[in-house]
Design a protein around this ligand. Structure first.
Ligand SMILES: NC(=O)C1=CN([C@@H]2O[C@H](COP(=O)(O)OP(=O)(O)OC[C@H]3O[C@@H](n4cnc5c(N)ncnc54)[C@H](O)[C@@H]3O)[C@@H](O)[C@H]2O)C=CC1
Ligand SMILES: CC(=O)C(=O)O
Ligand SMILES: [Mg+2]
Length: 372
């Protein structure tokens, strides 16, 4: 199979879909690997690293899309990339379709087969291709949130760890999954007073067992959430219902109950955001103010630490990329129900129920699609 990897074109996105190590493995499996020139540079990989791994360098994204049977990327395809997709081609990348009707319609129109990293599952109920980027974004959240809390950035002017005689910042994390756990650990490590809210009692039990000395837990009832948010200096939004649009957990009216200059970091923004006032921002212009509350809503946070993120993502995607290339997408998905859960679009049909529900589009069962 010909596997193509274009340079990412989303603003300030420096990750790349294939590392030289992944390219080397694919070549060892008998595949041809096509890399757009400069695709890896932002993550510290030169064209020569790829040619030494046995890949071929092409001059343009158009050439990569035209020749490749499968495109491996990081971010959801941008409008220009969507025009280059074609029937029969496989796209393997993050998609986040539920909050993105335009992208969904373009992918359906392309006729391509689109497998979303974020809905591939594993045996333990996890999301193995989302987890590494959630670990990164979770660790970044208190870092960017503490920067936003600084006075010059519109924040409250509160230091995360406080100083002797002055208490620490209060940080509330809503959603105690991968992002939430990492965010809570880093915020606690910075000396903040941290509480993690989750709907799942099983998850709260686990967090309490593992991290009781570092942070507190609370059930994410509306009342608890409202009380804690009103006292918070920083709130991190980290909830997920896989593949679905994020539930809105803080309304605009609630902002008036918060401390002026408090900070909302909405990591769940890639699924539409979990605060009513969230709208996606970029690394170029990451923060904005609504009613005196500072919002940070960058939808590709891990792009800021592109080298760490690229290597972590590549470690996770490699076995799935190789299965898709070795067996073809249909057989690979038939053999692995977890990979089949990643199938969101095939030949003009939507195949993921939570996306169909969010966008009001009919869904065809992925099991039916692989039998056809
Ligand atoms: N902005 C960015 O750059 C990035 C965003 N993300 C996003 O971060 C979000 C969280 O991802 P993960 O931590 O990997 O998900 P996860 O599945 O590990 O954790 C989500 C948690 O939210 C909880 N939850 C669901 N509904 C809730 C509610 N109404 N109230 C309280 N808790 C609730 C679940 O019980 C679960 O523990 C996702 O939307 C993901 O796509 C991930 C990486 C990068
Ligand atoms: C998960 C995701 O959307 C990202 O890493 O950018
Ligand atoms: Mg994202």
């Amino acid at each position: 199979m010909k596997i193509g990897c274009p340079k990412e074109i989303k603003p300030q996105e420096y990750r790349v879909g294939l590392t030289p190590n992944a390219a080397r493995e694919a070549v060892a499996h008998g595949h041809t690997v096509l890399i757009e020139t400069g695709a890896g540079r932002g993550a510290g990989f030169e064209d020569t690293d790829y040619t030494e791994a046995g890949a071929r360098i092409l001059d343009t994204a158009d050439a990569v899309f035209a020749e490749a049977d499968m495109i491996v990327k990081v971010k959801e395809p941008q409008a220009r990339e969507r025009k280059m997709l074609r029937e029969g081609q496989v796209l393997f990348t993050y998609l986040h379709l539920a909050p993105d009707p335009e992208q969904t319609h373009d992918l359906l129109a392309s006729g391509a087969t689109c497998i979303a990293y974020e809905t591939v599952t594993d045996d333990r109920g996890g999301l193995p291709l989302l987890a590494p980027m959630s670990e990164v974004a979770g660790k970044l959240a208190p870092q960017v949130g503490s920067w936003t809390l600084q006075k010059a950035n519109g924040g409250r002017g509160v230091l995360m760890g406080g100083v002797p005689g002055v208490g620490p910042a209060r940080v509330v994390v809503i959603g105690g999954g991968v992002v939430g756990t990492q965010a809570a650990r880093v915020a606690a490590g910075m000396g903040a007073d941290v509480t993690v809210l989750d709907m799942s009692l099983a998850r709260l039990r686990y967090l309490d067992d593992a991290f009781r000395s570092e942070f507190k837990t609370a059930h994410a009832s509306k009342g608890n959430t409202a009380d804690l948010v009103a006292q918070a200096d920083m709130v991190v939004g980290a909830v997920l219902i896989p593949g679905a649009a994020a539930p809105k957990l803080i309304s605009r009216a609630q902002l008036a109950t918060m401390k002026p200059g408090a900070v909302l970091v909405d990591v769940a923004i890639d699924q539409g955001g979990c605060f009513e006032t969230s709208k996606a921002t970029t690394h170029d212009d990451p923060i904005y103010d609504v009613d005196g509350i500072m919002h940070y809503c960058v939808a590709n946070m891990p792009g800021a630490v592109a080298r760490t993120s690229t290597i972590a993502l590549g470690n996770a995607t490699m076995p799935f990329m190789l299965a898709l290339a070795d067996k073809g997408w249909k057989q690979a998905c038939a053999d692995d129900p977890h990979l089949l859960n990643g199938l969101n679009v095939h030949a003009g049909k939507l195949t993921y129920y939570a996306v169909g529900k969010a966008l009001g589009i009919d869904v065809t069962s992925p099991q039916l699609v692989i039998k056809s």
